[in-house]
Every structure is written in C-alpha cells, then in structure tokens.
Design a protein around this ligand. Structure first.
Ligand code: SAM
Length: 196
C-alpha cells in the first residue's frame, strides 16, 4: 500500500482499491469536495451500471461542490448517475442506504474542508454515532475506513473516540487496525475496521 505514496489519502485509496470491486455499493460519509467520491466511483462503476456510491455531507455547499466536481471529472453521464448525494449528517446513513444493498466499504475522511468554513468540522459525538451506524450496515468481509486528522484543535479528541470505538469491537468478529506515519507525527491516522 505504501509504494510511492506520501499522502495518507493515497494510502487509504490503495487500501480501498484492494477490497472494492466493480458493481459494489460503497458509502462516502464525508464528501467534502468530492475527491474521495470520485475515487470510489472509479472503483465501483461497471458496464452494467451496478455500482453505487452513497455520499453525504452536513454542508449543502459540499454536496454542490462534489456534484460539480463529478460533472467536470466524469465524461459518462451514466457513471455520474451511480452517485447518490445527500446533505445529511453521516449518523443518519441508514436512512439513505437501501437495506438490500450489501455495502463493501464505508469511508470517513474526518475534519474540515481545507478550503471552506473551518468551523464546520466533524465532531466526536456524531462521528461515534456514524461509526455505530456503519458497523450495522456492513456485512462480513467488509471495511470501515476512517482517516483522522490530528493536527487541528479537537483532532486528537476525535482520534480518541475513533480508537475507543475500534477497540470496543469484539475481536472474534472484527479486526481493528491503526496505520500511522511514525516519521510524520501530525500526519492523519488511518483506522481500518474489517468485519470478519
Ligand atoms: N472527502 C472529502 C474530499 O475528498 O474532498 C474531504 C472531507 S473533509 C476532510 C470533511 C467533511 O466532513 C467536510 O466537508 C464537512 O462538512 C463534513 N462533515 C462534518 N460533519 C459532518 C457530519 N456530521 N456528517 C457528514 N459530513 C460531515
């Protein structure tokens, strides 16, 4: 996963690519500007139009930004239709993801938008609720990926909550891992939760 990759997002995308297949259903719990949404769309889009990306963000402007970004980046209108965007809190993901769609991956990229209102930031309470929701919608063999930024105020508190959730998962049914760049102390931390 590491070869040639400096950014934590690139490492996360490499992990996602190793488990996501064409035609899968995946969730982007924090769309922001749509970079992760686009990466996920490329992983799931197939010829039959089966893949789906359910994306959400608490900010209407982030949903608009993701939608505009996808329109510019994706030539094929059919592919764009595979993405369903919702301006809601990720703790409500169960309301939008169809119950009959086995979800392969729920991806979180926490914190705030680098270009945007830095007060609109993910917070420990709803992050914890969203992780609980994600753990309920995943079936076995699937993954929750959480990228946690620790360089801003409140970031380490959020990491504490994510780690506490990760360590509370029963080890007979979950593998909880933490990937941290030890020579870059404030680089984002990647938490991976794999349902066995
Ligand atoms: N994945 C994005 C991308 O590729 O551009 C970056 C995401 S940014 C680091 C974090 C995003 O989380 C922000 O856009 C913010 O509005 C969103 N957010 C904050 N609280 C949220 C919540 N409770 N539910 C959903 N999104 C939330």
């Amino acid at each position: 996963f590491l070869a040639g990759r400096r950014k934590a997002t690139e490492v996360a995308h490499a992990v996602w690519r190793s488990i996501v297949r064409k035609g899968d259903t995946v969730v982007d719990a924090t769309c922001g500007n749509g970079n992760d949404t686009l990466a996920l769309l490329k992983m799931v889009a197939d010829e039959e139009g089966q893949g789906r990306v359910y994306g959400m963000d608490i900010q209407d402007s982030a949903i608009e930004s993701t939608s505009t970004f996808l329109q510019m980046a994706v030539d094929d209108d059919h592919q764009e239709e595979l993405v369903k965007l919702f301006p809601i809190c990720h703790s409500r993901m169960e309301e939008i993801v169809p119950k009959d769609a086995p979800v392969r991956l729920v991806a979180f990229n926490l914190g705030y938008l680098p270009i945007g209102d830095k007060t609109l930031i993910t917070v420990p309470r709803t992050t914890e609720l969203a992780l609980q929701a994600a753990s309920r919608i995943l079936s076995s063999g699937r993954l929750i990926s959480v990228l946690v930024y620790i360089g801003h105020p409140g970031g380490r508190d959020e990491l504490d909550v994510v780690e506490s959730f990760a360590s509370s998962l029963p080890n007979d049914s979950w593998v909880s891992c933490k990937l941290q760049m030890v020579n870059r102390p404030i680089a984002p931390v990647l938490i991976l939760l794999n349902k066995k």
